[in-house]
Design a protein around this ligand. Sequence first.
Ligand code: NAD
Ligand code: DAU
Length: 348
Amino acid sequence: MQTILITGGAGFIGSHLTRLFVTKYPHYRIVNVDSLTYAGNLANLKDIESAPNYTFVKADITDMNAMQQLFQQFHFTGVLHCAAESHVDRSITDPLSFVKTNVLGTATLLQVAKEAWKTDFNGKLFYHISTDEVYGSLGDTGFFHEHTSYDPRSPYSASKASSDHFVRAYYHTFDLPVKISNCSNNYGPYHFPEKLIPLSINNIINNRPLPVYGKGENIRDWLFVEDHVNAIDLIYHNGKIGETYNIGGHNEWTNINLIKELCRQMDAKLNRPAGSSLQLITFVKDRAGHDQRYAIDATKLKNELGWIPSLQFEEGLAKTIDWYLNNSNWLNEVVTGHYQEYYDKQYH
Ligand code: NAD
Ligand code: DAU
C-alpha cells in the first residue's frame, strides 16, 4: 500500500498526474496538496474528486508546519513534487515569488520528508518534476542530455535549477531517496491560457491578435501532457534512485510555424476560410532573455525504461484544440478577472 503526496495537483501537469495515479492505482492513496494560486483549479479534477482513494488539501508547500502535519497524518511513502510557479513571463515581472515557491517550497518539502522518513528511508521516494529550461539555451544543433551543465537564464529556470540542486544535495548529503526528471514543453487539455498554445487557441476562437515574441524563430520541443505523466509513472516505479531522466517530444517547432499549424487546424474546425486566422498573427516585443532553442535527448529513458512519446504532434494538437472547443465553460471561467488584468498588462 502506497500513500503518495502529489504537490500542485490542481495545475496543468499535476492534474493529469493525479488523474493517472488515482485511476491506474486504486489501491494507492493519493493526497493532492495545492495552494490554488491563479494556476490551480479544482475544476481540472472534477471527474475524480469523489474517488475513494483521493484527498485534496489546500495548503502552501512553503508552510513547514502544514507540511509536517500532512506527513504525520498520512504517513506518505512517496512524494511527486509538481507544485511550482511555472510561467517564464511572470518570473520576469515577479522573480521573488518564484524563489519562494520553487526554491524555498522544494527545500521545505525535502526537509520535512527527510525528518518524517529518517528512521527508515526504505521504500520511500521523493520525485522532483523539473524542466529542460535548467540547461539553458541551444544553438542550431545539439540536444540537452542528462549530463549537460546547468545554465539557467530566466528567474523561472534559475529557481527550478536551484530546486534540482537541493534535491541532489539531499540525496548526496542525507541519502534521501530521490529521482528527478527534466521535461520539455508540454501541451494538452487544462493548460492555463497564459502559455503559448492555449493562449493562441483562445485568441483564435475570439478573433483576437496572436502575440508572437520577436520574429517567432525560437524553437521548443513539444510533448503531449499525457505522454509526460506516463513517463513520470514509469520513472517513479522503475527508474533508479538518485538518477535524472530527460523527457522530450523529439518534436521541435519554431513558434511561428506552430502558430501557423494551429491557425490551419482551427480554421478547418471552426469552418472559417482557410488562412483567415493567419491575419491575427502580430509580432510583439521579444521576451527578455528569450532562450533560443530547447531540444531534449530522451535516449536514456527509451533505453532503460522503454518510453517513447505515443502521439504525433499534429494528432496531439488536434486532440487539444477539440478539448478546448468542447470545454468552453472551463476556458471562459479561467479567462475572466485576474487573467484579463494579467493579459492587459503583459500585452499592451
Ligand atoms: P501550473 O502553473 O499549471 O501548476 C502549478 C500548480 O502548483 C498550481 O496548481 C498551483 O496552484 C500550485 N502551486 C503553486 N505554488 C504553490 C505553493 N506555494 N504551494 C502549493 N501549491 C502551489 O504548472 P505546470 O505547467 O503544470 O507545471 C508543473 C511542474 O512541471 C512545474 O514544476 C514545472 O516547472 C514543471 N514543468 C512544466 C512544463 C510545462 O511545459 N508546463 C514542462 C516541464 C516541467
Ligand atoms: O521547456 C519547458 C518549459 O516550457 C516549462 O518549464 C515551463 O513551465 C513552460 O511554461 C514552458 O516554458 P516556455 O517559456 O517555453 O513556454 P511558453 O508557452 O510561455 O512559450 C513558448 C514559446 O512561445 C516561447 O518561445 C515564448 C513564445 N511566446 C509565448 C507567449 C506566451 C510567444 O511568442 N508569445 C506568447 O504570447
